[in-house]
Design a protein around this ligand. Structure first.
Ligand SMILES: [Ca+2]
Ligand SMILES: [Ca+2]
Ligand SMILES: [Ca+2]
Length: 284
């Protein structure tokens, strides 16, 4: 086994291969670098909507006699079987820590069709690259391969729910006292002309405009009826400032489909902070 100096450094840094490297062997000129290649790509499902997921597998090989450091395999939707700059990269990539000489591995990954993907028939192209850009791949022509069949991407028939800013009513701007009950108004919309089942919009108290784990779920919920097409629904609910909330300035954030009852084109756009002034919470 011949080990290139750079590759050996990678192998030693990873704590592998130390025992099997004979000392005193000069690196060979011809096989100085690992040569990674994609040798097969699984066939995709026949049909997927925008936003849907599927699983892709690729066979990745190091076809050289020297070890390879970490590499990444990325996946693309391509109109043809040739990798081109215009291909659409899919979210998710497969990382492999290292390859021994002449070693093959199958990598598998769940990928998502972009929600704004164009319609039509696409091959899956998988391409492997060595993570360390300083290490050359002597043959760049074998780093990508394509599936034999195509997936047809069609328009999503999912709805897309989103909540609009919640406001206390009346919006008189006065401070709210800890423990005080008040009424809040919120709007939930479906931005797509496809049906959505019934859902629930809930309201959070947040110190900033971003919905995260630090936010406090407020009591009360807005029941949102099923949509048969695009539209908005307005609702009010009675809520209150929990007694253990610290005095201070807060935003109200309303979140559509907060109990995850509706499968949507986009699930990450459901929450919306109030754009107006924060609400002031004062001690009772
Ligand atoms: Ca290669
Ligand atoms: Ca949504
Ligand atoms: Ca949802």
């Amino acid at each position: 086994m011949r080990i290139a100096p750079r590759t050996l450094t990678v192998a030693l840094a990873m704590g592998v291969g130390v025992a099997v490297v004979p000392l005193g062997i000069a690196p060979a000129a011809a096989d100085e670098f690992a040569d990674l290649a994609v040798t097969a790509v699984s066939d995709p499902p026949q049909l997927r909507q925008q936003g849907e997921i599927f699983t892709v597998s690729a066979v990745v090989a190091n076809v050289a006699d020297v070890a390879a450091g970490p590499s990444t395999t990325r996946y693309y939707l391509s109109r043809d079987q040739t990798p081109l700059g215009g291909d659409r990269q899919l979210n998710g990539a497969s990382s492999v820590p290292s390859f021994g000489p002449n070693q093959t591995r199958t990598v598998t990954r769940q990928v998502t069709v972009p929600t704004n993907m164009g319609y039509g028939d696409f091959f899956i192209v998988a391409c492997v690259t060595i993570d360390d850009l300083q290490i050359g791949d002597p043959d760049g022509t074998n780093n990508c391969a394509a599936s034999a069949t195509t997936v047809q991407i069609v328009q999503s028939t999912r709805p897309d729910l989103k909540a609009y800013a919640a406001m206390p009513t009346p919006p008189d701007g006065r401070p709210l006292v800890i423990g005080e009950r008040f009424t809040v108004q919120a709007t939930t919309g479906n931005s797509r002309n496809f049906p959505a089942g019934a859902s629930v919009t809930r309201i959070y108290l947040s110190t900033d405009q971003f919905r995260d784990g630090a936010d406090r779920l407020l009591p009360g919920r807005l029941k949102v009826l099923a949509f048969d097409k695009r539209g908005d629904q307005h609702g009010t609910t009675t809520t209150g400032i929990p007694r253990d909330v610290a005095p201070g300035a807060y935003y109200l954030i309303s979140c559509a489909d907060d109990l995850f009852q509706v499968l949507e084109l986009q699930e990450n756009n459901n929450c919306q902070p109030a754009t107006g002034p924060t609400i002031q919470v004062v001690g009772g």
